[in-house]
Design a protein around this ligand. Structure first.
Ligand SMILES: *Cc1c(COP(=O)(O)O)cnc(C)c1O
Length: 375
């Protein structure tokens, strides 16, 4: 079986080549490479898709988090709660802004911030919670928003892995990932569910004041050119990327459907496997399967498994091998081994299998067969 990849961006491009090439050509012809009309157009399409009232596009998903925290007015010394098991971007911008990251553990079966621990981590300096919809499924937003409301905290949803996921509240109301908290952020890194052909990101809010602040901060803190009301950054989605994203947004739900088909087949294949725990789906959220991540039982040598698959031409990835509280760069916040046992255990046991929009059933059958042959 040849050419199995974690993400197959080349085949995906081939299927939409005409449209993409035309969109790129249009930008080249009009030569408005920065803030061309496609940028505004894409932002408004993304607003219509997500239901967010205000969408600001920016340079990448990490900038989006930084701009969100600046717009919320977080000040040096303020504490921000963040899961210990996630990508580094969140804690990085917290540190850069002089804020204090306060880690919480995650739940073992759904990989989301453990809401039962919030009460133990809050202090009078806490100003916000960043929740990460890891691997493509929404965190327990209802509980997080209730807790935040009770304590006057701001909620940022890191939606880099879950754009398009739908959350259902207990009253039946549904909302898209990234639009439930005070601010939502996302990334258009090529391998994300909505990926461009370079770097890109966006910030969502339903609050007009925040919407205006975000726009200003992303653009050097100016509303009027050369008049700077606040310290800002330079973070832009370029016109070429916006044009590409406009095309790809039309396919996002179809792509999520394709990812779900792959996930459902993996679920069926591994559900009763004694050494593999499949990812648990919660009923309040749809899953867009940015990653299909399983937990291996302790008896399994994960790296032997990984290299066995690799020998069969099957890539796999460990997202993530070390929790944030134990990363060298962030030890200064007092992280200790044993402090967040679930995150630490997941870092030792998780492995993500190939999942993407172009996977054929014969490729998937082969992967399943080889996984079984290892055991
Ligand atoms: C990819 C990712 C980011 C950062 O996005 P960039 O565009 O690479 O800066 C942030 N958070 C999470 C959870 C991510 O997966």
């Amino acid at each position: 079986m040849n050419n199995i990849q974690m993400v197959d961006l080349k085949t995906q491009y081939e299927h939409i080549k005409q449209e993409i090439n035309q969109a790129i050509q249009d930008v080249l012809d009009q030569a408005a490479f920065i803030n061309g009309p496609q940028v505004k157009k894409f932002a408004s399409e993304l607003g219509a898709y997500t239901g967010a009232s205000f969408v600001t596009t920016c340079g990448n998903g990490t900038d989006a988090l930084q701009i969100a925290m600046m717009a919320l007015g977080f000040k040096p010394g303020d504490e921000v709660i963040v899961p210990a098991f996630t990508y580094v971007a969140t804690v990085e911008v917290i540190a850069l802004l002089g804020l204090i990251p306060v880690f919480v553990d995650v739940t073992e079966d759904t990989f989301e911030l453990d809401i039962d621990q919030l009460a133990y981590r809050i202090t009078e300096r806490t100003v916000g919670i960043v929740t990460v919809h890891l691997y493509g499924q929404c965190s327990n937003m209802e509980k997080i928003l209730d807790f935040a409301g009770l304590h006057g905290l701001k909620v940022i949803e890191d939606t880099a892995q879950a754009l398009g996921a739908v959350y259902t509240f207990s009253d039946g109301k549904t909302m898209k990932a990234g639009t439930m908290g005070h601010i939502g952020t996302t990334s258009f890194f090529p391998s994300k569910n909505l990926g461009c052909y370079g770097d890109g990101g966006a910030i969502f809010t339903n609050d007009p004041d925040l919407g205006e602040k975000i726009q200003m901060i992303a653009n050097h803190g100016q509303k009027q050119k050369y008049y700077h009301d606040s310290v800002g950054v330079n973070s832009r989605l370029d016109t070429l990327q916006a044009a590409i994203l406009s095309v790809k947004l039309n396919y996002l739900d179809t792509y999520a459907g394709a990812r779900n088909e792959v996930a459902t087949a993996y679920d069926a294949a591994f559900d009763s496997h004694p050494q593999i725990n499949i990812p648990v789906r919660v009923k309040q959220s749809t899953h867009v399967f940015h990653q299909y991540t399983v937990r291996l039982q302790e008896s399994v040598d994960r790296y032997a498994f990984k290299s066995y698959l690799n020998g069969k031409g099957i890539p796999s990835m460990v997202y993530y091998p070390l929790p944030l509280h134990l990363q060298k760069a962030y030890l200064m916040y007092g992280g200790k081994v044993g402090q967040f046992p679930v995150s630490e255990k997941l870092c030792e046991r998780v492995i993500s299998l190939p999942i993407h929009t172009e996977m054929t059933s014969s490729q998937q059958d082969y992967i399943i067969e080889q996984v079984y042959s290892f055991f």
